[in-house]
Design a protein around this ligand. Structure first.
Ligand SMILES: *[C@@H]1O[C@H](CO)[C@@H](O)[C@H](O)[C@H]1NC(C)=O
Ligand SMILES: *[C@@H]1O[C@H](CO)[C@@H](O)[C@H](O)[C@H]1NC(C)=O
Ligand SMILES: *[C@@H]1O[C@H](CO)[C@@H](O)[C@H](O)[C@H]1NC(C)=O
Ligand SMILES: *[C@@H]1O[C@H](CO)[C@@H](O)[C@H](O)[C@H]1NC(C)=O
Length: 291
């Protein structure tokens, strides 16, 4: 990279720490990664660190069997990625497989920060396919279901971006995402909108429709149509429309859950897309009754 260090004062220190990353001693490596992790909190240090060749060394330390080193390295890389040019350099360094390795093997904080880094990289479209193919989805779904509350937040953001890509949708369903997504539609957890948005992305494939019905998603979706945010109502209506048009059984269940009054309200007062989905559903119900 061709960046001018803004704060060359710390360059000697950074050089020393980077030499220490290559050291055989686990204690020295742990100390050096922990110092670098702290230094990456400041923008001027990030550029110095990246220019001194730390990126490839930190990426190889994602495979360290020492969980502390692994956690420091992934956290330092996450903060280095705040700088767009450094982020591009990280992307160019084959970071995806090592990040998936951290998702699979790391401690709680390392997993969270790896998911956050994957989310950050997934903003780049061409990487979303590679991330899906590299096996990131299964450990992200595990984090979604069994992670800490921060881990769930990091996983749901990454999975939201990945769920936009058609090829990833069946993978996300097969990895078991539907059950935790429905569980996260508890308003107390503050993730309803993101969870419903992922369901709306996924519900274009039949695997997802079947799983949403099977895992008890219908009553929860009807509740979001009634009580959710404007965006939540819109996406919940979109998912229900998919379910109803795919299966008569789902359609009967949606009716049984009392969906008509909240859909009628939404057809009058929702966002334009919500009104359209609600009207299509009500129309679908009327036609279904006639036959
Ligand atoms: C990254 O840097 C910011 C400040 O720029 C700091 O607040 C944050 O704690 C750092 N993140 C981690 C994970 O160390
Ligand atoms: C994620 O990427 C964006 C855009 O490239 C960047 O502005 C942001 O700071 C990054 N966030 C983290 C935590 O790396
Ligand atoms: C992925 O997430 C980032 C950050 O929120 C966003 O800028 C980007 O547009 C998202 N990509 C897709 C395809 O949703
Ligand atoms: C979450 O943990 C439970 C209990 O250990 C396990 O049965 C389940 O498969 C885990 N979820 C995922 C998605 O791996």
């Amino acid at each position: 990279m061709d960046l001018k260090p803004e704060n060359s004062g710390s360059e000697t220190q950074v050089h020393k720490l980077i030499e220490d990353l290559k050291c055989e001693s686990v204690d020295v490596q742990r100390f050096a990664t922990s110092e670098l992790r702290m230094l990456t909190k400041h923008m001027e240090n990030r550029i110095v660190i990246a220019n001194c060749g730390a990126i490839s060394l930190l990426i190889s330390l994602l495979y360290s069997t020492d969980l502390g080193i692994q956690e420091n390295a992934v956290t330092a890389l996450l903060n280095l990625s705040i700088n767009d040019e450094i982020k591009a350099a990280i992307v160019d360094s084959n970071v995806i497989d090592p990040l998936v390795h951290v998702l699979e093997t790391g401690n709680a904080e390392a997993k969270e920060n790896s998911a956050a880094a994957i989310f950050n990289l997934s903003a780049l479209k061409e990487l979303m396919l590679r991330i899906g193919r590299a096996g990131a989805i299964k450990p992200l779904v595990e984090l979604l279901e069994n992670g800490s509350s921060q881990g769930k937040k990091d996983a749901i953001r990454a999975l939201f971006n990945l769920s936009v890509i058609t090829e990833n949708k069946p993978r996300i369903v097969e990895a078991g995402a539907i059950r935790p997504l429905i569980a996260l539609m508890d308003p107390a957890l503050g993730m309803v909108d993101k969870a419903v948005a992922i369901l709306a992305n996924l519900a274009t494939v039949s695997e997802a429709q079947i799983a949403i019905g099977r895992e008890g998603g219908i009553p929860v979706l009807v509740e979001v149509v009634e009580l959710g945010s404007a965006r939540g109502k819109e996406n919940a209506a979109a998912v229900l429309l998919r379910l109803c048009t795919s299966s008569k059984r789902f359609c009967r269940q949606v009716l049984k859950e009392g969906a008509v009054p909240p859909l009628a309200a939404l057809s009058q007062s929702g966002t334009p897309r919500a009104k359209e989905k609600a009207r299509s559903l009500l129309c679908f119900f009327r036609n279904a009754r006639r036959v």
